[in-house]
Design a binder for this molecule. Structure first.
Ligand SMILES: [Zn+2]
Length: 409
């Protein structure tokens, strides 16, 4: 792809020129001036995989021809991406399925998929000459941006809600960002930060800005490579802001355009019923999401009451034969345990896709013959308090009784 590229509105199709270098009138265009819907980097018409070993490449180097970067600074990398695709034979058998896989994003440097979008947005910010970055986040993304920002030597602003508890603040603060707890409407902070960023030359790499979405497409690239360029039939994405789902779909489109795969999977938007603005709109046949007033779910990583890419995800699902599902808290708890039975400890949000697949299998949307990939978005160690919902048991004995105890069990 050439170093010049357009940004295109996901709703009205209006084209915007490439972002301008940082300065007094720094402009990173995340959204359309006309309809306020998210912009997207134009899709390259060709591309190839740069040969090499994951131990010696970064994801941006391997997939360089799908990114509009003139040069890639490999020193920014913490080794993000190249995550395992784990086949779940045991669970698939239980569910009457042939091919069930988990894309385990918990093996990223800061234990969630966010690192992919952070490295891509960071590369973009530096290419435009920014000296400061920031994000608005309740967890995974804040940790990721704090880690990469300090490494790159950039001033890094992390904006969180006023009442964030210390157990969530401290894993961000260990990287010494400028962390501001902001009192007020957290939902509006997303838009407010973009406006301040434009004024003060801070690159806010929020949940669904174009170059964070660009990072997510590498999840799709890797899945294609891991399945020998046979795209799966379904990819199930735990969905919050909507940027990750959009990026994954875009990745499959780009590989198809480049002639690397024959078809594009159907995407399932998986949400927790306690905060399911996209599913609710999908279910009603509405084109606009509505704000959830009182979100309640243990899947905090996807607890976004008014996702900024919600309408864009609805359009994407509608135009591409997608699906949406919402799962209960009980289904999430069960699925987290079942995921662990395959050796993968995901945070509650990461169990939502498996719970959704179970629903789709039960209502026969899935016949069982399809190849299905669930995205495990982040590590269970991020939120161990959720383990209080599980029924976990152990044994006890004196060391002198240990042999007998083991014989008994
Ligand atoms: Zn527009």
């Amino acid at each position: 792809m050439a170093a010049t590229f357009a940004l295109i509105c996901t709703q009205c199709g209006k084209q915007y020129p490439p972002d301008r270098p940082a300065g007094r009138q720094a402009a990173v265009h995340p959204r359309c001036d006309d309809c306020n819907e998210p912009l997207e980097v134009e899709i390259p018409t060709s591309g190839n995989i740069v040969p090499g070993e994951p131990l010696q490449q970064t994801i941006l180097e391997r997939y360089a021809s799908f990114f509009p970067f003139e040069k890639i600074d490999r020193d920014l990398s913490l080794g993000e991406g190249f995550t395992p695709l784990v086949k779940a034979e045991h669970l698939a058998g239980q569910m009457g399925m042939q091919h069930l896989y988990f894309k385990n994003e918990s093996t990223n440097p800061t234990w969630s998929f966010k690192d992919r979008g952070t490295i891509t947005a960071l590369q973009h910010a530096l290419s435009l000459g920014y000296a400061a970055i920031g994000t608005v986040s309740t967890g995974n993304m804040a940790v990721s941006v704090a880690a990469y920002g300090v490494r790159a030597g950039l001033k890094t602003y992390i904006l969180v809600g006023a009442n964030m508890p210390p157990e969530k603040l401290n894993p961000i603060l260990i990287h010494d960002p400028i962390l501001i707890r902001v009192d007020g409407d957290y939902g509006n902070l997303y838009f407010e930060s973009l406006a301040i960023g434009r004024k003060r030359a801070i690159y806010f790499m929020n949940s669904d800005v174009p170059f964070r979405v660009e990072g997510s497409k590498t999840i799709a690239f890797e899945i294609c490579e891991q399945l020998n360029f046979q795209a799966p039939d379904y990819v199930v994405v735990p969905t919050s802001a909507g940027g990750n789902l959009r990026g994954i779909f875009k990745g499959f489109r780009e590989f198809k355009n480049a002639g690397l795969i024959a078809g594009i999977p159907r995407i399932v938007c998986a949400q927790a019923a306690g905060c399911a603005p996209i599913y609710n709109a999908w279910n009603k046949g509405s084109e606009q999401i509505e704000r959830i007033d009182n979100p309640q779910t243990m899947a905090h990583a996807i607890e976004n009451p008014y996702p900024p890419s919600g309408n864009a995800v609805l359009r994407l699902l509608r135009e591409n034969n997608g699906q949406a599902a919402a799962v209960s808290e009980e289904e999430i708890i069960d699925a987290q345990r079942e995921l662990a039975s395959e050796g993968i400890f995901g945070q509650p949000a990461s169990a939502v896709p498996l719970a959704a697949v179970k629903q789709l299998r039960q209502n026969r949307t899935l016949t069982g013959n399809e190849t299905v990939v669930c995205i495990v978005s982040g590590s269970g160690l991020k939120y161990t308090a959720a383990l209080g919902k599980q029924t976990l048991s152990s044994f006890f004995c004196n060391i002198s009784d240990l042999d007998g105890k083991i014989a008994e069990l």
